[in-house]
Write a protein that binds this ligand. Structure first.
Ligand code: NAD
Length: 500
C-alpha cells in the first residue's frame, strides 16, 4: 500500500481537487494497516485512484474513537441547538462544494453529472439541513399518573455503525448522518467499495463545520472484512444499513450477539399498476423514470409494471417509444446522456446474465444487449431493456436485477393486479396510475409496501418517511420517523410525596 494520504485529481470535466485517500478517524486522515481499494471509472474502466481500506484492526480504532467522543464533554455537553448549527453549517459547506461532489460521484459511480448535481446533491444538502432543524426539537412527553408524575426524554443511542451502498454515494451517507448527529450519537460510517471517494471529501467538511474529533469517522473497506467487523463490534450500539437483502440478513446475525438496535433498508421489486382510466402520458413518463433513471440502480425502482389489458399493447408501444426518445446511453459527462454506465463490471455482468435469462422467460420488446459507447469496447454500458409476456414464476419478474431492465405484464381486474403486486418477498415502493380517487386510495391501502406513489414514481423528500416492509427492510429513514430511529426513550417516575 502506498503511504500517500492525499492525491491530486483532475476529472474528465476539468474539475481538479486534492482527494484524501486515508481513513477519516478522529478528524484526521490515517493510513490503513495494509489494504487498498481501487476506484474505477465505469465508463472507461480506467483507474481513478486507490484509497486505504480498513482492516478489522482499523475498524476497532474508528469505533473506539466514536466511543470516546460519545462520552467526551466536548460532544455530550453540546446543546441540541449547537448540534443543529453544526449540521446547518455542514449543509452550507456541501452546497458551496456541490459541483465538486457531483463530479466525484459521477466519475466514481458512472451516473450522469447532471443527475448527480441536480438530484443527488440537492437531496444530500436538503437532508442535512432538514435534520439540522430537528436537532433542538426533539422532546419527550409528560404522563399523568395518579399521585405521581412521569416524563420521558429522548436520548441518543450511542455509537452508530453505518454501512451504505454505491448507488447514491453521498446522499445515502447523509440519510444516515443527519438524524444520527441531530440526535447526539457518534458515527462510524463505511462507504461502499465501488464508490469510496466522496465520503473522504465530506470528512474535510466535517472538520470545517466544527464537529469535535471522533464524532464522525469515515472508513472505506470491503464488506466481508471492514463491514462485518463494524456491525459486530461490541462497542457499536446501533447498526444502520442500506444494501442488499442477503447482506442485511448476515448483518442481523452479526448484530445479534450484543443485541444491537438495527435499521435496514434493503432490496425491492416494486410494482407499478396502470389502470385503463389513467392519464396515459403521465403513466408513460413516470413509469419510464421509475425504472430507467440512475441506470436502473434504484432500490425503489418500479421494475414490475402491471398494465390493464385494454391498454396493454398501446402502453408497451409508447413505453418503448419513450425509451428510444429519452434513454440515451453515453458517458456521464455528456449533457445529452440519460443513462451512464453501470457501476462495476460485476453489476454489468449480473445484469447481462439476467437479460440472457429473460430471453428464455419472456419476449424482448426493446434492447436486450450491451451498449457500445465511444467505439472502443470499453465501459459497462447496457441497452435499456423491456420484457413482456413473462409469467409470474419467471425469475426476471421475481428477482431484483438492479439495472435498466423492466418487466411489463397484463392484468384484467383490480383484484388480480393487487394480488400479483403483493406476490413478492419484497415490499419497498409501489405505484398506482388511475384517475379514480376511490380506487387510488383503496389500492394504496392494500398494497404491501412501505411507500405508495399515486400517479407518480420515486418521489422522495427529507420530510417523508422512507423504508420497506417484508424483506425490504426494518425501520424507517427520513422524516421524524428517521429521527426516532436514532434516539431512545428514557422514562422517569417522580414520587410526588405519596408514600402509601
Ligand atoms: P451489498 O449488500 O453487497 O453492499 C452494501 C454495503 O454493505 C457495502 O458497503 C458493502 O461493503 C457492505 N457489506 C457487504 N457485505 C457485508 C457484511 N457481511 N457485513 C457488513 N457489511 C457488508 O449491496 P450492493 O450490491 O452493493 O447494493 C445493491 C443493493 O442495495 C440492491 O439490492 C439494492 O436494492 C439495495 N439498496 C437498497 C436501498 C434501500 O434504501 N432500500 C438503497 C440502495 C440500495
Amino acid at each position: 500500500m502506498h503511504n500517500t494520504l492525499f492525491v491530486n485529481l483532475t476529472a474528465p470535466n476539468g474539475q481538479s481537487w486534492r482527494q484524501p485517500t486515508g481513513l477519516f478517524i478522529n478528524n484526521t486522515f490515517l493510513p490503513s494497516s495494509g489494504h487498498i481499494i481501487t476506484s474505477i471509472d465505469p465508463a472507461t474502466e480506467k483507474e481513478i485512484a486507490t484509497v486505504h481500506a480498513a482492516s478489522a484492526q482499523d475498524v476497532d480504532k474508528a469505533v473506539k474513537a466514536a466511543h470516546g467522543a460519545f462520552r467526551s464533554p466536548e460532544w455530550r455537553d453540546k446543546s441540541a441547538t449547537e448540534r443543529g448549527i453544526m449540521l446547518t453549517r455542514l449543509a452550507d459547506l456541501m452546497e458551496s462544494n456541490k459541483e465538486l461532489f457531483a463530479t466525484i460521484d459521477a466519475w466514481d459511480n458512472g451516473k450522469t453529472y447532471q443527475e448527480a448535481l441536480n438530484n443527488d446533491l440537492v437531496e444530500a444538502v436538503g437532508v442535512i439541513r432538514y435534520y439540522g432543524g430537528w436537532s433542538d426539537k426533539i422532546s419527550g412527553q409528560t404522563i399523568s399518573v395518579p399521585n405521581k408524575f412521569a416524563y420521558t426524554v429522548r436520548q441518543p443511542i450511542g455509537v452508530v455503525g453505518q454501512v451504505i451502498p454505491w448507488n447514491y454515494p453521498l446522499s445515502m451517507a447523509t440519510w444516515k448522518l443527519g438524524p444520527a448527529l441531530a440526535g447526539g450519537n457518534t458515527v462510524v460510517l463505511k462507504a461502499a467499495e465501488q464508490t469510496p471517494l466522496s465520503i473522504l471529501v465530506l470528512g474535510e467538511l466535517i472538520v470545517e463545520a466544527g464537529f469535535p474529533p471522533g464524532v464522525v469517522n469515515f472508513i472505506n473497506g470491503y464488506g466481508k472484512e471492514a463491514g462485518s467487523a463494524l456491525v459486530s463490534h461490541p462497542l457499536v450500539d446501533k447498526v444502520a444499513f442500506t444494501g442488499s437483502t442477503a447482506t442485511a440478513s448476515q448483518i442481523m446475525t452479526l448484530a445479534a450477539s450484543t443485541l444491537k438496535n438495527i435499521t435496514l433498508e434493503t432490496g425491492g421489486k416494486s410494482p407499478l399498476i396502470v389502470f385503463d382510466d389513467c392519464d396515459f402520458e403521465q403513466a408513460i413518463k413516470w413509469s419510464h423514470l421509475g425504472i430507467m433513471s440512475n441506470q436502473g440502480q434504484i432500490c425503489t425502482a418500479t421494475s414490475r409494471i402491471l398494465v390493464q389489458s385494454s391498454i396493454f399493447d398501446r402502453f408497451v408501444s409508447e413505453f418503448v417509444a419513450e425509451v428510444k426518445k429519452t434513454s440515451k446511453v453515453g458517458h456521464q459527462w455528456d449533457p445529452e446522456t440519460y443513462q451512464g454506465p453501470q457501476v462495476s463490471k460485476q453489476q454489468y455482468e449480473r445484469i447481462l446474465s439476467y437479460i440472457d435469462l429473460g430471453r428464455s422467460e419472456a419476449t424482448v420488446a426493446h434492447g436486450g444487449e450491451k451498449a457500445s459507447v465511444g467505439g472502443d469496447g470499453k465501459g459497462y454500458f447496457v441497452t435499456p431493456t423491456v420484457f413482456i409476456d413473462m409469467d409470474t414464476n419467471a425469475r426476471i419478474w421475481r428477482e431484483e436485477i438492479f439495472g435498466p431492465v423492466v418487466c411489463i405484464k397484463r392484468f384484467e381486474t383490480e383484484g388480480q393486479a393487487v394480488a400479483e403486486a403483493n406476490d413478492s418477498v419484497y415490499g419497498l415502493g409501489s405505484a398506482v396510475f388511475t384517475k379514480d380517487l376511490e380506487r387510488a386510495h383503496r389500492v394504496a391501502a392494500s398494497i404491501e409496501s412501505g411507500m405508495v406513489w399515486v400517479n407518480s414514481s420515486q418521489d422522495c423528500d427529507p420530510r417523508v418517511p422512507f423504508g420497506g416492509v417484508k424483506q425490504s427492510g426494518i425501520g424507517r429513514e427520513l422524516g421524524y420517523a428517521g429521527m426516532e430511529a436514532y434516539t431512545q426513550i428514557k422514562a422517569v417516575h417522580v414520587n410526588m410525596g405519596n408514600r402509601l
